[in-house]
Structures are given as structure tokens and as C-alpha cells.
Write a protein that binds this ligand. Structure first.
Ligand code: ZN
Length: 231
């Protein structure tokens, strides 16, 4: 599948990723609810002129749709970021490194606050996800392989057939029980590589009732992708 970028001029400019797909029967336009990415799928033999005409006919709809989505937040001094579901203001500190004090996230030095905050969040995420995964995998009696942090926009975690666990480090921004649920969910896949009733049974045995956490992710999950940490 080949991808071409189309830029719609206007306020704001909109970047559309056009994909040609052998499987597609007709053109379709999609806006990702996670990160606002716009993709236009075109049948393999469709002409570029037709694709552009289709895109322009949908432009009003597209712009309205995008405007409703939350704007990006560039993390810097003075900006609030969630950690464990609580908001912390990023402030400049004289002390080196990043630490939490008085509901503030104090970041040493004037430059690259966003990158420093991101490194801090990833380190915290690694620590806590390891702790949670260890706990659930002990409870289940099945060890996992490697634990890898990613910044996937489409999923919060995954478990490979070889037993490796992957998580979005952005989970550290969510309430602790939400992160814990995702860890339990992926560990449960070590026993059941599917989403059968048996899988959900294992999930419940490990974590308890998980409905609230699943709902939180569905309702608020996209907001964790609003934060941008580097310029
Ligand atoms: Zn799953």
C-alpha cells in the first residue's frame, strides 16, 4: 500500500494521507479519533483527480470534524500535564533533573522542558508498568518476556505470541487503576491469546471489576495523545 500526502490549504492547513488499497472498493475518508490523523483510502485503480474531487467534496465535513477535536498541547513551562490522573504544572527549577514538589513538576534548566518531562514520564511508566506486570504475572503463574514501551496511538498495550508485553508510556498520565488494568489485560493474554469469555474471566481474576477503567480509556484515552513533548 502506498501513501501520499495531500495538503489542503486553508486555516488551518490539513494534511491528508492518501492510501491506495487493492482491497478498497470505493473511496473513504477517515479521521482518527485518537490523534486526528486524516486518511483517504482510494481503490488501486482510482484516479488522483477523482480522489481530489472526492476530498474537496468532503472538505467542509472534514474541517468541522477536526475543529471539534481537542487541540494539541505543547508541554513547556507553565503548562499542566497529568501524571497518575492528577494535574501538575511544569515549572522551571534551579535543581537539576525532574521532580515533583507541591503539585508541581519541577524541571531543571531553561531549555527542552518538554523533552525532559517526556523522559521523566517514560522512566516512571517503565517503573510502574514493570511493577504491575510483575505482580499480575506472579498471580497468574506465567512469566512474561520483555516489556517494551511504545507510543502507539491505536492501542494501549499488546502481548506477543512469544509473551512479550508492549505498553504505551502515556498510560502513566492516566489514573493509576487504568494503567493497572491495562497491565492486567496484557498479562491475561499470556493465558488466553484472544478476547474470549475465558480471557475476560482471567482478566477479572487478576484485576477485579474492570468496567470503569475500560470506560475511562474509551472516554478520556484520546486526551492523553493531546500532549506533545518536543518542538
Ligand atoms: Zn487484549
Amino acid at each position: 500500500m502506498s501513501v501520499t500526502e495531500i495538503v489542503l490549504q486553508g486555516e488551518p492547513t490539513v494534511t491528508v494521507q492518501m492510501r491506495r488499497s487493492a482491497a478498497a472498493r470505493r473511496m473513504s475518508l477517515r479521521v482518527s479519533s485518537l490523534d486526528g490523523r486524516v486518511s483517504l483510502t482510494v481503490p488501486k485503480r482510482g484516479s488522483e483527480r477523482e480522489a481530489l474531487a472526492f476530498l474537496h467534496s468532503k472538505e467542509m465535513w472534514l474541517r468541522k470534524h477536526l475543529a471539534r477535536q481537542a487541540p494539541m498541547i505543547n508541554v513547556d513551562h507553565g503548562v499542566e500535564v497529568p501524571i497518575g490522573g492528577q494535574m501538575y504544572e511544569v515549572v522551571q527549577a534551579t535543581k537539576r533533573g525532574v521532580h515533583i514538589e507541591d503539585r508541581q513538576l519541577r524541571v531543571g534548566g531553561a531549555a527542552n522542558a518538554g523533552a525532559k518531562v517526556q523522559a521523566y514520564l517514560k522512566a516512571q511508566a517503565r517503573l510502574i508498568l514493570h511493577r504491575e506486570a510483575d505482580q499480575f504475572s506472579q498471580k497468574l503463574g506465567k512469566p512474561y518476556g520483555k516489556l517494551t514501551l511504545r507510543d502507539t496511538r491505536s492501542r494501549w498495550g499488546s502481548c506477543s505470541s512469544s509473551g512479550n508485553l508492549n505498553f504505551s508510556w502515556r498510560l502513566i498520565m492516566a489514573p493509576p487503576k487504568v494503567l493497572s488494568y491495562v497491565a492486567a489485560h496484557e498479562v491475561a493474554h499470556l493465558a488466553q491469546m484472544n478476547h474470549s469469555d475465558r480471557f475476560w474471566g482471567v482478566c477479572r481474576d487478576l484485576f477485579g471489576a474492570y468496567e470503569e477503567e475500560r470506560t475511562w480509556l474509551r472516554v478520556h484515552g484520546a486526551s492523553l495523545h493531546q500532549y506533545r513533548f518536543k518542538d
